[in-house]
Design a protein around this ligand. Structure first.
Ligand code: SF4
Length: 314
């Protein structure tokens, strides 16, 4: 595919995308609304995904001891000081499965966030097997007035991997949720993890084609990191030979190859993940921040004169 699209950058970036939609910077505010997860509370399983440590991703100011309103007020105050230009916010229901409740409770929790005039929409993180038609219908209703995105943890396109990580759902269930969401014109975000045991580089690169064929809007990538006090750490300690964790250089090379194969229509929200070092049992690439890794990736794309979708085939 030719490098003809109008993006100033070599990939379809989240920040540019938001500027196009809203005409200004929009800041996400993480909210912990006190949901749980069916893969932890016994409905599907009790152990959860073997890599999961929600505390690692959840900002420390998001505590369930505070109401949603309090978390949002504090988040707005914090970001007003940090990013003076941000005047619009998206409430990011991030911790655990944020569609896993009765429709009445979901309505109350989502409305509490949308009651803030500064909040122009919601991003709702959840599992693909956790979205009823009733919930989607409500989100479709909200999306007529607000920016609404459902963010699905797909994590892998391979059922063997999903089974290994005790994910509790299949890739087919992810496709089904994505298609039902798309039919209602609700925006769709997705996550993938790269570097899970038993997945070869070829398998991971093939996921670019699989994801490109789905009607998704956004995607986030996570390099596999081992979090302390997880089953994954236990396996890592006893069977290190099944892990092939990415070094920074290797990841930059891999993610560029992946991006070249990815549909240029899909917005890339992040190339890698970042968690406080105290949660990590594996390398953190020398404490590099997200934007530093992104800068290295963009520099390398320039050097290779390549771009998102260069090798994408319709
Ligand atoms: S579905 Fe999400 S919250 Fe639940 S165990 Fe897996 S990673 Fe953790």
């Amino acid at each position: 595919m030719e490098y003809s699209w109008e993006h100033k950058r070599r990939f379809n970036s989240y920040s540019e995308h938001f500027k196009q939609i809203f005409g200004e910077r929009v800041q996400k505010l993480s909210v912990n609304a006190g949901f749980t997860c069916p893969n932890r509370d016994g409905k599907i399983a009790t152990g959860g995904c073997i890599f999961c440590n929600n505390d690692a991703f959840n900002p420390s100011y998001c505590k369930t001891s505070k109401s949603i309103s309090q978390q949002i007020s504090e988040g707005i105050e914090f970001h007003k000081v940090r990013y003076r230009r941000a005047s619009k916010y998206l409430a990011y229901f991030q911790a655990y499965s944020n569609t896993y409740d009765t429709i009445e409770n979901l309505k109350l929790k989502y409305s509490e966030a949308l009651n803030f005039p500064e909040v122009c929409g919601l991003i709702i993180g959840t599992r693909p097997d956790c979205v009823s038609d009733e919930v989607l219908d409500y989100l479709a209703f909200l999306s007529k007035k607000y920016y609404i995105m459902v963010e699905y943890g797909v994590e892998s396109c391979y059922n063997k991997t999903l089974e290994f990580v005790n994910r509790g759902h299949t890739f087919e269930q992810a496709v089904d949720a994505i298609e039902r969401t798309h039919k209602l014109n609700i925006k769709i975000g997705t996550h993938l993890i790269f570097g899970l045991p038993y997945e070869s580089r070829e398998m991971m690169l093939n996921e670019a084609k699989i994801m490109s064929d789905l009607p998704i809007d956004n995607i986030k990538f996570h390099q596999l990191q081992i979090f302390k006090n997880t089953e994954l750490e236990n396996i890592y300690n006893h069977k290190p030979e099944v892990f092939n964790l990415f070094s920074l250089d290797d990841y930059i090379d891999f993610i560029i190859q992946f991006t070249e194969r990815l549909n240029p229509r899909i917005v890339i929200e992040r190339f890698n993940s970042e968690v406080p070092p105290r949660f990590l049992a594996s390398s953190n690439w020398g404490l590099l921040r997200l934007y530093e890794v992104m800068n290295l990736i963009e520099k390398e794309m320039e050097k290779r004169d390549t771009w998102q979708g260069r090798l994408f085939e319709i």
